[in-house]
Ligand binder design. Structure first.
Ligand code: 3PG
Length: 307
């Protein structure tokens, strides 16, 4: 009997785990739940006998993959797979997959939760601002970006997007104004919502020069990855422009400096919260289990992310 390890330092909702277990066991798979582990070394020990593994932001490092002698497939239940060592996976003949789109609506809803919180001065009793009529720039128009656009239109925002990999026709069809460059997006929009992955090219790419282009009352919303931000650049801009605000789903490394110097101009979630809804956990968790079963039963590698 093949064993699927669900290794989640930040657990799925119980409803998701139950449904994942039911699907896997009905198909003859054993499921081991390994949640809230304390150390990375615990994960290295836990993978030893697993044939497949489902993770969230857990780190599937080379050490983990090398220790998993039976492992054939790792599915990141979510979009970003920057936490999987793809080279190590390929070298060990392990298929790495993600579950694109499954948690996108949850992330998009959090964008607005955080935007309104900051626009209303953290609900501190003073007069804030409204988001209706403001310009929102979506940086990368993928699964999350599309949901953000849909919700933004409901709020009456003017929506712009930049994504060199998505055709302008798709954006126009969605009622979104495409722009020609990242610089144009930032200089046009008071609100920027980031949806780029963390790659060699994007890490630290959101820097002082780019953010300086944003109009007065600028708010940078980051539900992507903290690594894409050049933190020194953001701190420099926060010092220079009292109107600039930064809200992020997961605190930057320099969060203590924000707390010391920029009260009321930032908000950071204590844990990554974008995908933390029961619905998103169910969608991504079930997709992950089904992808594993399909991989073993039919060899389907549709969502493979390593070569
Ligand atoms: C993703 O890439 O899908 C999100 O960052 C969700 O991460 P999480 O599963 O750790 O909440």
């Amino acid at each position: 009997m093949k064993k699927i390890l669900i290794a989640t330092q930040k657990p799925f909702a119980a409803e998701a785990v139950n449904q994942m277990k039911d699907i896997a066991t009905a198909k003859g798979y054993e499921v081991e739940l390994f949640e809230k582990y304390a150390e990375q070394s615990d994960l290295v020990a836990a993978v030893k006998t697993a044939d497949a593994m489902i993770i969230r932001s857990d780190n599937a490092t080379a050490e983990v993959i090398n220790a998993a002698k039976n492992m054939k497939i790792i599915v990141r239940a979510g979009a970003g797979y920057d936490n999987i060592d793809l080279e190590a996976a390929t070298a060990n003949n392990v298929c790495a997959m993600n579950t694109p789109g499954q948690n996108a609506n949850a992330v998009a809803e959090l964008v607005f939760g955080m935007m309104i919180y900051i626009a209303r001065n953290s609900y501190n009793g003073t007069s804030g601002t409204e988001i209706r009529g403001k310009k929102l720039g979506i940086h990368a128009y993928g699964n999350v970006g599309k949901y953000v656009a849909e919700v933004a239109k409901g709020f009456g925002m003017a929506v712009y997007a930049f994504d060199p990999f998505v055709s302008k026709d798709i954006m126009l069809k969605d009622g979104v104004t495409p722009v020609d460059s990242v610089e144009e997006l930032y200089s046009t929009c008071q609100y920027i919502s980031l949806h780029i992955p963390a790659t060699e090219k994007t890490i630290k790419s959101i820097n002082f020069d780019l953010l300086s282009k944003m109009p007065k009352g600028a708010v940078l919303v980051n539900t992507a990855r903290k690594e894409v931000i050049d933190e020194d650049g953001v701190l420099k801009l926060m010092e220079k422009r009292a109107d600039f605000k930064y809200i992020s789903d997961i605190a930057p490394n320099c969060a203590h400096t924000f707390a010391e110097k920029f009260e009321g101009r930032f908000f950071f979630t204590p844990k990554k919260m974008g995908a933390q809804t029961s619905e998103a956990n169910v969608n991504a968790g079930i997709a992950a289990v089904n992808q594993i079963i399909d991989f073993f039963e039919t060899g389907n590698e549709t969502f493979r992310v390593n070569k």
